[in-house]
Design a protein around this ligand. Structure first.
Ligand code: PCA
Length: 204
Protein backbone atom coordinates (compact mmCIF):
# COMPACT_ATOMS: atom_id res chain seq x y z
CA UNK A 1 0.00 0.00 0.00
CA UNK A 2 1.13 3.52 -0.73
CA UNK A 3 0.14 6.78 0.90
CA UNK A 4 0.61 10.24 -0.60
CA UNK A 5 0.76 13.08 1.92
CA UNK A 6 1.02 16.61 0.57
CA UNK A 7 2.06 19.82 2.31
CA UNK A 8 2.33 23.41 1.12
CA UNK A 9 5.17 25.85 0.59
CA UNK A 10 5.14 29.00 2.79
CA UNK A 11 2.66 31.76 1.95
CA UNK A 12 1.47 35.13 3.21
CA UNK A 13 5.01 36.26 4.06
CA UNK A 14 5.88 33.29 6.29
CA UNK A 15 9.27 31.57 6.04
CA UNK A 16 8.05 28.04 6.73
CA UNK A 17 4.87 26.02 6.51
CA UNK A 18 4.40 23.29 9.12
CA UNK A 19 2.17 21.36 6.75
CA UNK A 20 5.20 20.63 4.57
CA UNK A 21 7.51 19.93 7.52
CA UNK A 22 4.96 17.45 8.85
CA UNK A 23 4.47 15.76 5.46
CA UNK A 24 8.23 15.47 4.91
CA UNK A 25 8.89 14.04 8.36
CA UNK A 26 6.05 11.56 8.02
CA UNK A 27 7.54 10.34 4.74
CA UNK A 28 10.99 9.96 6.32
CA UNK A 29 9.59 7.88 9.13
CA UNK A 30 6.58 6.50 7.28
CA UNK A 31 7.20 2.79 7.51
CA UNK A 32 7.77 2.94 11.24
CA UNK A 33 4.70 5.06 11.87
CA UNK A 34 2.10 3.69 9.50
CA UNK A 35 3.75 0.45 8.25
CA UNK A 36 3.39 1.53 4.63
CA UNK A 37 5.28 3.61 2.10
CA UNK A 38 4.59 7.32 2.48
CA UNK A 39 5.42 9.74 -0.32
CA UNK A 40 5.53 13.45 0.54
CA UNK A 41 4.66 16.06 -2.09
CA UNK A 42 5.23 19.81 -1.72
CA UNK A 43 2.57 21.94 -3.36
CA UNK A 44 2.76 25.58 -4.44
CA UNK A 45 0.26 27.94 -2.82
CA UNK A 46 -1.32 28.82 -6.14
CA UNK A 47 -4.79 28.11 -7.41
CA UNK A 48 -3.40 27.23 -10.84
CA UNK A 49 -0.51 25.06 -9.72
CA UNK A 50 -1.38 23.15 -6.56
CA UNK A 51 -3.72 20.47 -7.90
CA UNK A 52 -1.61 19.68 -11.00
CA UNK A 53 1.37 18.89 -8.76
CA UNK A 54 -0.68 16.62 -6.49
CA UNK A 55 -2.37 15.05 -9.51
CA UNK A 56 1.02 14.21 -11.05
CA UNK A 57 2.18 12.58 -7.80
CA UNK A 58 -1.02 10.52 -7.62
CA UNK A 59 -0.53 9.33 -11.19
CA UNK A 60 3.09 8.44 -10.48
CA UNK A 61 2.57 6.59 -7.20
CA UNK A 62 -0.97 5.18 -7.54
CA UNK A 63 -1.71 5.55 -3.81
CA UNK A 64 -4.35 3.84 -1.69
CA UNK A 65 -4.76 6.87 0.59
CA UNK A 66 -4.18 10.58 -0.07
CA UNK A 67 -4.02 13.09 2.78
CA UNK A 68 -3.52 16.74 1.87
CA UNK A 69 -2.18 18.92 4.67
CA UNK A 70 -2.39 22.70 4.97
CA UNK A 71 -1.67 25.32 7.59
CA UNK A 72 -4.57 26.94 9.41
CA UNK A 73 -2.67 29.71 11.18
CA UNK A 74 -4.27 30.61 14.51
CA UNK A 75 -6.13 27.30 14.89
CA UNK A 76 -6.02 25.83 18.40
CA UNK A 77 -5.37 22.28 17.20
CA UNK A 78 -5.45 19.84 14.32
CA UNK A 79 -8.54 20.33 12.14
CA UNK A 80 -9.97 17.30 10.40
CA UNK A 81 -11.85 18.81 7.47
CA UNK A 82 -15.27 17.31 6.75
CA UNK A 83 -16.25 18.97 3.47
CA UNK A 84 -14.75 20.66 0.40
CA UNK A 85 -16.83 23.37 -1.30
CA UNK A 86 -16.85 24.38 -4.94
CA UNK A 87 -15.82 28.00 -4.55
CA UNK A 88 -12.70 30.14 -4.68
CA UNK A 89 -12.92 33.32 -2.63
CA UNK A 90 -9.42 34.52 -1.82
CA UNK A 91 -8.94 37.13 0.93
CA UNK A 92 -5.26 37.44 -0.01
CA UNK A 93 -3.50 36.83 -3.35
CA UNK A 94 -1.89 33.43 -3.81
CA UNK A 95 1.86 33.02 -4.35
CA UNK A 96 1.41 33.78 -8.07
CA UNK A 97 -0.62 36.94 -7.37
CA UNK A 98 -3.99 35.43 -8.31
CA UNK A 99 -6.97 36.42 -6.17
CA UNK A 100 -10.12 34.75 -7.52
CA UNK A 101 -13.37 35.87 -5.89
CA UNK A 102 -16.59 33.86 -6.06
CA UNK A 103 -15.67 31.54 -8.89
CA UNK A 104 -16.03 27.76 -8.84
CA UNK A 105 -13.11 25.37 -8.40
CA UNK A 106 -14.63 23.19 -11.13
CA UNK A 107 -17.35 24.85 -13.25
CA UNK A 108 -20.62 22.94 -13.31
CA UNK A 109 -19.49 20.44 -10.65
CA UNK A 110 -21.34 19.65 -7.39
CA UNK A 111 -21.46 22.16 -4.55
CA UNK A 112 -19.33 19.99 -2.28
CA UNK A 113 -17.70 16.67 -1.49
CA UNK A 114 -17.34 14.86 1.80
CA UNK A 115 -13.94 13.77 3.05
CA UNK A 116 -13.60 9.99 2.84
CA UNK A 117 -11.10 9.83 5.69
CA UNK A 118 -12.38 8.24 8.92
CA UNK A 119 -12.67 11.56 10.73
CA UNK A 120 -14.20 10.48 14.01
CA UNK A 121 -11.99 7.40 14.41
CA UNK A 122 -9.02 9.67 13.73
CA UNK A 123 -10.30 12.30 16.16
CA UNK A 124 -10.55 9.74 18.95
CA UNK A 125 -7.05 8.42 18.22
CA UNK A 126 -5.47 11.87 18.04
CA UNK A 127 -7.07 12.99 21.29
CA UNK A 128 -5.93 9.75 22.93
CA UNK A 129 -2.37 10.81 22.10
CA UNK A 130 -2.98 14.08 23.93
CA UNK A 131 -2.92 16.25 20.82
CA UNK A 132 -5.65 18.92 20.54
CA UNK A 133 -7.90 18.21 17.55
CA UNK A 134 -11.39 18.75 16.22
CA UNK A 135 -13.58 18.18 13.20
CA UNK A 136 -14.11 21.28 11.06
CA UNK A 137 -16.96 21.79 8.63
CA UNK A 138 -15.26 24.42 6.51
CA UNK A 139 -11.79 24.26 5.03
CA UNK A 140 -12.09 27.88 3.93
CA UNK A 141 -12.18 29.10 0.32
CA UNK A 142 -8.47 29.45 -0.39
CA UNK A 143 -5.88 27.10 -1.89
CA UNK A 144 -6.31 24.29 0.68
CA UNK A 145 -10.03 23.98 0.01
CA UNK A 146 -9.22 24.16 -3.69
CA UNK A 147 -6.87 21.19 -3.59
CA UNK A 148 -9.27 19.28 -1.32
CA UNK A 149 -12.15 19.87 -3.75
CA UNK A 150 -10.09 18.94 -6.82
CA UNK A 151 -8.79 15.81 -5.05
CA UNK A 152 -12.27 14.59 -4.22
CA UNK A 153 -13.69 15.56 -7.62
CA UNK A 154 -10.96 14.03 -9.77
CA UNK A 155 -9.68 11.15 -7.64
CA UNK A 156 -12.19 10.49 -4.85
CA UNK A 157 -14.85 7.84 -5.10
CA UNK A 158 -15.79 4.44 -3.72
CA UNK A 159 -12.91 2.76 -1.94
CA UNK A 160 -10.65 5.78 -2.22
CA UNK A 161 -9.71 7.32 1.08
CA UNK A 162 -8.82 10.98 0.71
CA UNK A 163 -9.21 14.32 2.42
CA UNK A 164 -7.62 17.39 3.92
CA UNK A 165 -6.25 17.99 7.38
CA UNK A 166 -5.40 21.50 8.55
CA UNK A 167 -2.51 21.71 11.00
CA UNK A 168 -1.95 24.64 13.36
CA UNK A 169 1.22 26.69 13.80
CA UNK A 170 4.16 24.69 15.14
CA UNK A 171 4.27 26.73 18.36
CA UNK A 172 0.70 25.57 19.12
CA UNK A 173 1.21 21.90 18.22
CA UNK A 174 4.87 20.87 17.72
CA UNK A 175 5.77 19.19 14.43
CA UNK A 176 6.37 15.85 16.18
CA UNK A 177 2.81 15.90 17.51
CA UNK A 178 1.47 16.95 14.11
CA UNK A 179 3.29 13.96 12.61
CA UNK A 180 1.74 11.66 15.22
CA UNK A 181 -1.72 13.06 14.50
CA UNK A 182 -1.45 12.65 10.73
CA UNK A 183 0.01 9.16 11.20
CA UNK A 184 -3.13 8.27 13.17
CA UNK A 185 -5.31 9.54 10.32
CA UNK A 186 -3.33 7.49 7.80
CA UNK A 187 -3.42 4.33 9.95
CA UNK A 188 -7.19 4.47 10.36
CA UNK A 189 -7.68 5.25 6.68
CA UNK A 190 -5.59 2.20 5.73
CA UNK A 191 -7.46 0.03 8.23
CA UNK A 192 -10.86 1.35 7.17
CA UNK A 193 -11.80 1.74 10.82
CA UNK A 194 -15.58 2.16 11.25
CA UNK A 195 -16.63 5.56 12.51
CA UNK A 196 -17.51 5.71 16.22
CA UNK A 197 -20.43 7.86 17.34
CA UNK A 198 -18.48 10.79 18.70
CA UNK A 199 -19.85 14.32 18.68
CA UNK A 200 -17.57 16.72 16.88
CA UNK A 201 -19.77 19.52 15.65
CA UNK A 202 -20.21 23.10 16.76
CA UNK A 203 -23.25 25.34 17.29
CA UNK A 204 -21.89 28.13 15.15
N1 PCA B 1 -2.86 26.96 4.03
C1 PCA B 1 -3.66 27.72 3.11
C2 PCA B 1 -3.06 27.48 1.76
C3 PCA B 1 -1.76 26.85 1.99
C4 PCA B 1 -1.74 26.50 3.41
O1 PCA B 1 -0.87 25.86 3.98
C5 PCA B 1 -5.14 27.36 3.21
O2 PCA B 1 -5.58 26.92 4.27
O3 PCA B 1 -5.86 27.51 2.22
Amino acid sequence: MTVVVSGFEPFDGAVANPSWETAARLAERGEGLVAERVVAVRLPVTFAGAWPVLDAAIREHDPDVVVALGLASGAPGVRLERVAVNVRDARIPDNAGAQPVDVPVVAGAPVGYWSTLPLKASLAAIRAEGVPAGVSSTAGTYVCNDVFYALMHHWGGPGRRAGLVHVPDADVVPIEDQVAAVAAVVRHALLGTPEPVLAGGTES
